[in-house]
Design a protein around this ligand. Structure first.
Ligand code: SAM
Length: 244
């Protein structure tokens, strides 16, 4: 099956697409002369220094889990290029595709990383041919989607990965006390009748294991985000799924 063949009606823009487009446009309007900072803040980095340090951390995670030069990698929900810019800074050589649902974020990657490919994709699919990618990764994306949406992405990532390829992603879990502040903030908003900026979603390792098994992945491994200090700590948990 080719990824671009759509069947059925054109889907509605989903909740996370509407919410992120609104958030990015609000930030840009509030800070018209600080575009890079407005975009960084809309994906959760308070300062440009944080944005760069976090991106360097992302690259260290990817290298620890097998990133090499020459690979074809896919950054799902890539934002404005926190990881892309860090990959470029690190001197990594390979084929990068960043996919997102907000045109303004993708435009920033096109501006800062002109050799990288960007894709605007509103469907829960991976815009790549079958068995064409070495790594599909995403940070803080399943944290904003319903479990069914995450599963659809996982299923299509399996299709697009080469045999031996990996899907690497971060997620929030209730069992980890370090993630509790997100849970508590959500409860506070519910109690106060406030509308959250976006959905904050938690997953369980058992659910991810089931998703991975149903999709066909041979293994699903998890870390609390620091991989025994092999890279700077990632504040969310990490899942590493392998296509056998
Ligand atoms: C918290 S930000 C993380 C950005 C990037 N992964 C990073 O760590 O720098 C979440 C990103 O997911 C994107 N997003 C939201 N809904 C999405 C969807 N349904 N499919 C793909 N990306 C989505 C947002 O536009 C945003 O760029």
């Amino acid at each position: 099956m080719k990824f671009w063949k759509r069947r059925g009606p054109v889907p509605e823009l989903g909740h996370s697409i509407r919410d992120y487009q609104a958030l990015v446009r609000l930030k840009l309007k509030a800070m018209p002369h600080e575009r890079a900072l407005a975009l960084a803040q809309s994906i959760g980095a308070p300062t440009l220094e944080d944005f760069m340090a976090q991106g360097d951390g992302h690259v260290a995670v990817l290298r620890h889990h097998g990133l090499e030069n020459g690979m074809a990698i896919y950054d799902l929900g890539c934002g404005c290029g926190r990881t892309a810019q860090a990959l470029q800074r690190s001197g990594w050589q390979g084929h990068y595709t960043g996919a997102d649902v907000v045109p303004e974020l993708l435009a920033e990657i096109a501006r800062t990383c002109p050799d990288y490919r960007t894709v605007l994709n509103y469907e829960r699919t991976i815009s790549a041919n079958d068995e064409s990618l070495d790594i599909v990764f995403h940070w803080s994306l399943f944290t904003h989607l319903f479990p069914g949406e995450s599963y659809l992405y996982l299923l299509d990532a399996y299709r697009a990965l080469k045999p031996g390829g990996k899907m690497i992603f971060s997620f929030l879990e209730l069992e980890d006390r370090a993630h509790d502040h997100v849970w508590q903030a959500g409860l506070r908003k519910l109690r106060n009748g406030e509308r959250p900026e976006q959905l904050d979603a938690f997953l369980h390792r058992d659910w991810i294991t089931r998703f991975a098994r149903d999709a066909g992945f041979s293994t699903a491994r998890f870390t609390n985000g620091d991989d025994d200090a092999h890279h700077p700590p990632f504040w969310q948990s990490l899942a590493i799924l392998a296509k056998g």
